[in-house]
Design a protein around this ligand. Structure first.
Ligand code: SAH
Length: 577
């Protein structure tokens, strides 16, 4: 068989690919192995920091594409640069013998002379240190808080050159790369795990092949090293479970400490380095250690997620607790039905993430939103998940709470004013009324299959309850027909309230027989609530908006969002007197 090995073109990448080629060739002399150099996006963009050009995958995408297309059969990369999960359709083979996993410090010998040492005291005050990695930068700052960290990129040779050109005091590089390039002599000192935890699986080669290429997998795995594979599994399990963005400082080192046991040192930090947590655990199974480490660290670093009900539309219908938390939030993850004015409460530097859902056109699936919540909880202290109405009224708030529990993230719910009640109120329809309605029932007209099959119309007709249908605008006819078939009288009062509590609110008051026609005639838009019951008749009396709009001037003017209430300020001053 002939196998082609795809690799980047840097010296280190070529050395690594040739190592793989030579080992395979030696073991399988009947096969032939060739190297093909593939230029990746990461190689083409050299002038910007890594995080500005996207995910870790920038150095591998093109190679992976060629493996998938069978242009090449084997991809060789550094495992520390690989995302937690391989590309769909591809796998990593078992780890071969690992090269030195430590990080190494290169001192600028033009400044300090050709020295080797064991401490960083040699560095002058405010020494300038180059590294492209936040993991290395923040850990180095723990050793020398006065150091200034600058971003440098490029392959090993480029970085060493830049150290001289930019007159940096030193740079930090992976020991494995230096050793493979026979450049160990430039190392001033290797970091201990206590000083600097390495990137997950640093020093391990990632050998990537197609998932279905079982014969090749067997060949490559026959050269694997059980201990290195265990270490890599422990560290990469941590990486996968912590599920943080690649621009965050993440580190893990797993190693055997005796016959039975391993230890894992793991680290996680926020983008700005304000949060930086380290832990050490011991146990007998590397993968379990990786998982446990992620759990323990998450518990330590995650902030609190507040699932806040934003109210039905009118921004002033947010609760006071909700408003206070919005002002404090470091990150706000909000939905489509949320009034954008509420974002006025946000601090200037708060991160705002839109995950709006439009019916049938989900911008972000729920599973992704759940993951995003955990991710943001790792990065921030106060995370607000802002949802229309009340988070538990068809808001999937419960699912988010359960997911957050499973991922050791603290959370609280701040109930909101639901459109199911308040939307009717703004249309003059009280959801209950003595002698007219004995209760209410709020149902969704939208299920997984977008059918109404699961609704029990018979029981709806029997009770003397106000019926409220959410997410039902496209099914007005079906709903009214079903109610009539189940025995409800055709002239039962029914209404639709669209964009309730907003400036664009529209109300259609009708009966079961005519509601659908009216809704179409008036071109009613979603979101809309359908309400059926005698209480609809009270709108004549209770539509306070139309009734009192002429007297608007007399209404209390509420402060603008984001503008501090003058009264509260005054009260505070008096308190301090
Ligand atoms: N959690 C929300 C409901 C989410 S389901 C709440 O408590 O209000 C989304 C549905 O709510 C919409 O399809 C619509 O039926 C209803 N809805 C939400 N806001 C609305 C509004 N301002 N006007 C009319 N209906 C609204």
């Amino acid at each position: 068989m002939k196998y082609i090995i795809g690799t980047r073109g840097s010296n280190l990448a070529l050395v690594q690919a040739n190592m793989v080629k030579d080992k395979l060739q030696e073991k399988y002399p009947e096969d032939s192995f060739e190297i093909k150099v593939i230029k990746t996006q990461g190689d083409k963009i050299l002038d910007r920091p890594l995080e500005a050009i996207g995910q870790k995958g920038v150095f591998v995408k093109e190679i992976e594409k060629e493996i998938l297309e069978n242009e090449v059969q084997i991809g060789v990369h550094s495992m520390k640069d690989m995302p937690a999960e391989p590309e769909e359709g591809l796998i990593f083979t078992k780890a071969w013998k690992r090269e030195d996993p430590r990080d190494a410090f290169i001192i600028n010998d033009h400044i300090y002379g050709k020295v080797k040492g064991d401490s960083f005291e040699i560095l002058k005050e405010n020494a300038v240190i180059g590294t492209g990695s936040k993991r290395r930068g923040y850990q180095f700052k723990k050793i020398r808080p006065d150091a200034e960290i600058v971003d440098i990129r490029g392959n090993v040779e480029t970085r060493i050159r830049k150290m001289y050109e930019q007159n940096l005091d030193g740079i930090i590089l992976a020991a494995a790369g230096l050793k493979r390039l026979n450049k160990e002599e430039v190392v001033y000192k290797y970091f201990s795990t206590e000083e600097m935890i390495c990137a997950p699986a640093q020093g391990v080669l990632a050998i990537e092949i197609r998932k279905d290429n079982l014969e090749l997998k067997e060949k490559i795995d026959s050269l694997s090293d059980a201990e290195s594979d265990n270490e890599a599994k422990g560290e990469r399990t941590y990486l996968k479970e912590i599920d943080g963005d690649c621009h965050l400082p993440i580190a893990a080192r797993c190693e055997r400490i005796n016959e039975k046991e391993y230890k894992i040192d793991a680290l996680f930090g926020s983008v700005d380095g304000n949060k930086l947590e380290k832990i050490m655990l011991q146990g007998d199974k590397p993968e379990e250690l990786g998982k446990k480490a992620a759990e323990v660290i998450r518990k330590k670093v995650t902030g609190t997620v507040y699932l806040i009900g934003a109210g039905p539309g009118d921004p002033d219908l947010l609760t006071v607790k909700g408003a206070k938390l919005l002002e404090k939030a470091d990150c706000i993850i909000y939905d489509r039905l949320v009034s954008k004015e509420l974002l006025g409460y946000a601090k200037p530097n708060a991160e705002l993430v839109y995950v709006g859902k439009e019916n049938k056109k989900h911008t972000l699936p729920q599973s992704e939103i759940n993951r995003l919540l955990v991710k943001k909880a790792l990065e921030h202290e106060v995370i607000v998940r802002l949802k229309g109405g009340d988070p538990y009224v068809f808001g999937r708030g419960g699912e988010e709470g359960i997911y957050l529990n499973q991922h050791q993230v603290k959370w609280q719910v701040v109930p909101g004013v639901t459109s199911a009640v308040a939307g009717l109120a703004y249309a003059g329809i009280p959801i209950t009324h003595r002698g007219i309605s004995r209760g209410f029932r709020v149902v969704t007209a939208h299920d997984k299959d977008d059918k109404l099959t699961n609704l029990d119309f018979e029981s709806m007709v029997k009770g003397q309850e106000t019926l409220v249908f959410l997410m039902g605008l496209s099914k007005v006819k079906e709903i009214t027909d079903n109610l009539v078939s189940a025995g409800m009288k055709k002239d039962m009062k029914a209404a639709v309230v669209s964009k309730a509590t907003t400036k664009e609110q529209k109300v259609v008051i009708s009966d079961l027989e005519n509601l659908d026609k009216e809704v179409k005639k008036q071109e009613i838009k979603s979101p809309a609530i359908i309400v059926v019951g005698e209480v609809v008749g009270l709108a004549k009396e209770l539509d306070f908006i139309t009734r009192f709009s002429l007297e608007n001037e007399k209404n209390i003017i509420l402060p603008q969002i984001g503008e501090k209430s003058k009264l509260a300020e005054e009260l505070k001053k008096n308190e301090n007197l």
